[in-house]
Each structure stands twice: as structure tokens, then as C-alpha cells.
Design a protein around this ligand. Structure first.
Ligand code: GLU
Length: 477
């Protein structure tokens, strides 16, 4: 999987990289300097140090929560557990959340949290203690709440951590009717929504499927339309990488290589993703997967010949150091910040199409928004409507049958008249969101012939939308 994002002495920090991308796009917007400054700056950062008992001793834990933009409330973004967490990283990720939310019309400002721990070397009991204490720290400073700031999973966290956050928050806010909206990515039994776990990976597939459907765009990079038979390399088999791999495979792609911490594996005929996950569970590693070749240095997999390269792990993976050796035609940023500005320059020079993180991985926060809406409305999507829809469809079919004298089979009728469940509504809302957002980005890109990168177009879309909020508030007339 990912190299340590801080291992190489980078010329610029992650936050500076995001600022550089922003500045490149800002010149296309013609907005006043002060307004652009306000959109770009990180509004608040809360740094915490708190003691947690680990074994027989107390350990001081370093943690953060950054709220990048308050132009819309609540702020929103995941919480990362990693030994590489630092303030600059959290601020950069919070900024990306602001732009991401704007692109997919999720009415939130951006935020991100992080705890500097290695979840692999921490027991579940210790993780629970740390998570609950972190939540209390957020509560003390009013940094969490359904209308204030709503965390979610990110690298190293998942449903379990979100359930602990919810439980801690509710203990301090008994009777708060909308309290369940204080965090998303919860288990379904705890107010979560169906489809949230796989949402980022599914969104990656929806985005890519839309992008490769434009004939002229594909011709320009020497590719044919459609996902079928496209060769794909994926870095990271965590939540995002795994579901992206699974859904791309279902669309007919060939996943020819997967890279993880322990190394990478390659099979030009395509890996069976489900079998690989089983193999990893049994052996503790993706290596030595039957039929595949091991690649000792994980990062080397990024340089394989393929149509689509999906970095789905950490930031700073494609830099000026390795960009010239990348052979993929499309770089699909499922992770946040995997390509640095200098890496991007080289890739664009080579004619690569880079699909920016703030668009492509926005499926997660999109479904988080649906979960938050579900929590505030206190009802499961589809619950009130499913039967009513089914009865309408049945009436239509009966009328058509009567008029045509033809009867449908029971199975066929069942398929046509089925009302939508929560998962159907979530997935269709996600698909619509990814398609519509891409059309907006593509329109901006087509309008500016001198705009070289899709990231710049995505930033322009985001900056425009955020600027409208400020102007509507009368702050920057
Ligand atoms: N951590 C995810 C991201 O980077 C999801 C954020 C959310 O659902 O709030 O987009």
C-alpha cells in the first residue's frame, strides 16, 4: 500500500499543495482577492493533548480537529487514525472537504480530524478509550454536534469508532432529538444508512463510468469508451480501494494489480478481488496469491502498464520523483491528495487524464449527507413510500394487461412493480450526484481551452459555489 506520506522530504507541505492547486484555479474565477483569501484560509484548528491509560501507564495522545470553512454549517469530514497525522495534513484534508462538498452540492463546510496513533498496534479496548476521550474533548470545545461539526470515517476508522463517538456524544446530550446526526458512517443499527460503507468506492466507479462514456474525451487520451475490459491497477485495499476494485470488476474491468503495505501482486489476466480478500484474511497478506506474481516493492505497481491507475490509500504517492514512470492513461484519485502539484505537471505533460480527489471520492460524504438527513427526519428512506409506489405500479400494469389482453409472469411483474428500498434510493441519489457533478466540471473545462487540468476545473466549480454563499450573506458584495 501507500508509502509513508511524510517519508520523502517534500518541497511543499500537503496544505501548501492544496493552496497551490487553489491558486491555479482562482485566476479563472475573476473574484475579488479578499473573497478568494477567505475561501482559501482554514478557519479553525483545535489541537489536543490528552492522557489515556495504555497498559499500566498513561500515554499522552496528540489529536486534531480542523474546520476549514464555516460558510455552510455544520462542517463535515472524517477522522483519521494514523501515526503520520499532523496539523498540516488535517488542515489540507479539511480544505479538500470544503471543495468536495461544494462540488457535489452537499451543504456543509469542510472539516477533518486526526489522532496520531497506529490502530494496528493498539488494542480495541485502547482504541475505544482514545475515541471516547477525543469525543469528550470535542464536546468540551463545542467542536461536535449535528448543527456544528459532524465527523465520519476516514483512513484507519470505520463504523465501530463512529458508534463509540455517537454513544459518548449522546451520554453528554441526553434527549437531544437530533443527536444521532452528530456523526455519520455509523452502523445501520445505530442510525447509520445502508450503502454508506461502500459509498466512496461505488462513487469512484460511477464517476469513472461517466467519464469514460465521452467518445471525444477518450479519443484524446487514446482510449475507447466504456469500462469493459479496461485494465486497472489499485493502490490500497482498505475500504475505498476494496469497494472500488469490486465495483470496477463488476463493470467488466480487469484488476491487473493491487498494491498494499506488504507488497503488490500482478496478474495480467485479472485478479479475483473477493478471493484475494479471503486470501488476505487467511494469510495476513495479499502476497503469494495463486496465479499472481509478487512485486516486492509496493510502489513499483503504480508504474505498470494499464488504462486506469487508482491510488486509494494516502497522499503524496505520485510526485516529481515517480510521475515520469507512470504509464496509466487515467489517474483516478480515490485517495485524498495522492498526486502532488509537481507530479501533476509531469503527468499532464505526458497526456494523462487526472480525475481529482475532490470530485472522484465525494461519494462518501454524499451518502454521509443522506445519513444526516435520515437522522434529522427520523425515518428510513423509502419507509413511507414503498407500498404506495408498488400499488401505483400494480394498477398501471393491471390496466396495460387489461387493454392488451396479455398477462405478465409473476416474476416479471414483481420486478417492474417493486418499490424502492433505502439502499436503492441511496445508490440512485449517489449515481445522480456523481453524474451531475462531472457534467458541471466538464462544462467548465470545455469553456476554458487554456485549462490544462480537470482539477483546476473542479476547483473553479467549487470556488464559484462557495463565493455565492459569501455574496448571499452580503459579506463580499
Ligand atoms: N473521510 C471521507 C472523505 O474524505 C468522508 C467524509 C464524510 O463522510 O464526512 O471524504
Amino acid at each position: 500500500m501507500a508509502n509513508d506520506p511524510n517519508a520523502k522530504i517534500a518541497k511543499y507541505s500537503f496544505y501548501q499543495n492544496v493552496e497551490m492547486y487553489f491558486d491555479k484555479a482562482a485566476v479563472f474565477t475573476k473574484l475579488p482577492k479578499g473573497l478568494l483569501e477567505q475561501i482559501k484560509v482554514c478557519n479553525s484548528v483545535y489541537t489536543m493533548h490528552f492522557p489515556v491509560k495504555m497498559g499500566n501507564e498513561y500515554q499522552v495522545i496528540e489529536a486534531y480537529r480542523a474546520q476549514h470553512s464555516h460558510h455552510r454549517m455544520p462542517t463535515k469530514g472524517g477522522i483519521r487514525y494514523s501515526i503520520h497525522v499532523n496539523q498540516d495534513e488535517v488542515m489540507a484534508l479539511a480544505a479538500l472537504m470544503t471543495y468536495k462538498c461544494a462540488i457535489v452540492d452537499v451543504p456543509f463546510g469542510g472539516a477533518k480530524g486526526g489522532i496520531k496513533i497506529s490502530p494496528r498496534n493498539t488494542t480495541a479496548k485502547q482504541l475505544e478509550r482514545i475515541t471516547r476521550r477525543y469525543t469528550v474533548e470535542l464536546i468540551k470545545k463545542n467542536f461536535i454536534g449535528p448543527g456544528i461539526d459532524v465527523p465520519a470515517p476516514d483512513y484507519g476508522t470505520g463504523e465501530r469508532e463512529m458508534a463509540w463517538i455517537l454513544d459518548t456524544y449522546m451520554s453528554y446530550h441526553p434527549g437531544q432529538i437530533d443527536g444521532y446526526g452528530c456523526v455519520t458512517g455509523k452502523p445501520v443499527s445505530q442510525g447509520g444508512i445502508r450503502g454508506r460503507t461502500e459509498a466512496t468506492g461505488r462513487g469512484v466507479m460511477f464517476g469513472l463510468r461517466e467519464i469514460v462514456s465521452y467518445k471525444d474525451d477518450m479519443k484524446a487520451i487514446g482510449m475507447t469508451v466504456g469500462l469493459k475490459d479496461k485494465t486497472v491497477v489499485i493502490q490500497g485495499l482498505g475500504n475505498v480501494g476494496y469497494y472500488a476494485a469490486k465495483f470496477m470488476e463488476e463493470e467488466g474491468c480487469k484488476i491487473i494489480a493491487i498494491a498494499e503495505l506488504e507488497g503488490a501482486i500482478h496478474d495480467p489476466n485479472g485478479l479475483d478481488v473477493m478471493k484475494l480478500v479471503k486470501h488476505r484474511k487467511e494469510t495476513g497478506s495479499i502476497l503469494n496469491f495463486p496465479g499472481a506474481t509478487n512485486i516486492a516493492i509496493s510502489a513499483a505497481a503504480l508504474e505498470l502498464e494499464c488504462d486506469i491507475l487508482i491510488p486509494a490509500a494516502l497522499e503524496n504517492q505520485i510526485t516529481e520523483e515517480n510521475a515520469s514512470r507512470i504509464k496509466a492513461k487515467i489517474i483516478a484519485e480515490a485517495a485524498n491528495g495522492p498526486v502532488t502539484p509537481m507530479g501533476e505537471e509531469i503527468l499532464l505533460e505526458k497526456g494523462c487524464l487526472i480525475i481529482p480527489d475532490m470530485y472522484l471520492n465525494a461519494g462518501g460524504v454524499t451518502v454521509s449527507y443522506f445519513e444526516w438527513l435520515k437522522n434529522l427526519s427520523h425515518v428510513r428512506f423509502g419507509r413511507m413510500q414503498k407500498r404506495a409506489d408498488e400499488s401505483t405500479y400494480n394498477n398501471i400494469i393491471s390496466t396495460v394487461e387489461r387493454l392488451t389482453g396479455r398477462q405478465l409472469g409473476e416474476k416479471e411483474r414483481g420486478m417492474i412493480t417493486r418499490g424502492a428500498d433505502e439502499i436503492d434510493i441511496v445508490n440512485s441519489g449517489l449515481e445522480e450526484t456523481m453524474i451531475e457533478a462531472y457534467r458541471q466540471i466538464r462544462e467548465v473545462a470545455k469553456k476554458h481551452k487554456d485549462m490544462k487540468s480537470m482539477r483546476t476545473a473542479a476547483f473553479v466549480v467549487a470556488i464559484q459555489k462557495i463565493s455565492e454563499s459569501y455574496m448571499a450573506m452580503g459579506i463580499f458584495p
